[in-house]
Design a protein. Structure first.
Length: 175
């Protein structure tokens, strides 16, 4: 095979791969892959018994004593009652793209969501627990939050769960 024919074949192969990637990305953004990319059965998280997988596709922020699992970040302590924290959270989460609430605890203090990724629409689970802290007689009420974000697909997540939790906590802190 001559050099010119080899280059032509290689060019066609590359064009075919690029076209296939474009089709998958467009199908993902249109939600056409969602039926194939199911999040699996809904199982509420028990923070008190949480055991994280060995895979690096999760991110956890929790105050000390809430879970035996190692927290990846510090849970914020906010000078508001837990009910106000939940209301602020719900207002913030309503502005987030591709987020669906899938469950809530009977006391209303734990909520589970699925957020789909932007390009392919992979589903990720996010569990949030609102925690009331003891009132301070001089400064009033305080509350904190535990957030566990995890990917359904893939061994790694390229930092997506960390980025999500940190962005949401940043948005919450500005409310």
């Amino acid at each position: 095979m001559s050099g010119g024919k080899l280059v032509a074949r290689l060019g066609k192969a590359i064009a075919t791969v690029i076209a296939l990637v474009a089709v998958v990305l467009l199908a993902g953004q249109a939600g056409l892959l969602d039926p194939m990319l199911q999040p699996g059965p809904y199982t509420p998280v028990d923070f008190a018994a949480l055991q994280r997988p060995a895979s690096p596709n999760t991110f956890l922020v929790a105050p000390p004593g809430v879970t035996p699992a190692k927290s990846d970040g510090e849970a914020p302590v906010l000078g508001v009652k837990v009910e106000k924290l939940k209301a602020q959270w719900e207002k913030m989460i309503a502005a987030q793209p591709r987020v669906v609430k899938v469950g809530e605890s009977s006391d209303g203090m734990q909520i589970d969501y699925i957020q789909r990724t932007r390009l392919i629409h992979y589903p990720d689970w996010i569990t949030v627990r609102f925690i009331a802290l003891p009132d301070d007689p001089d400064n009033g009420s305080y509350a904190t939050i535990a957030i566990y974000s995890r990917s359904v697909y893939g061994y790694g997540d390229m930092g997506a769960n960390r980025a999500r939790v940190e962005a949401w906590l940043d948005a919450l802190s500005r409310m």
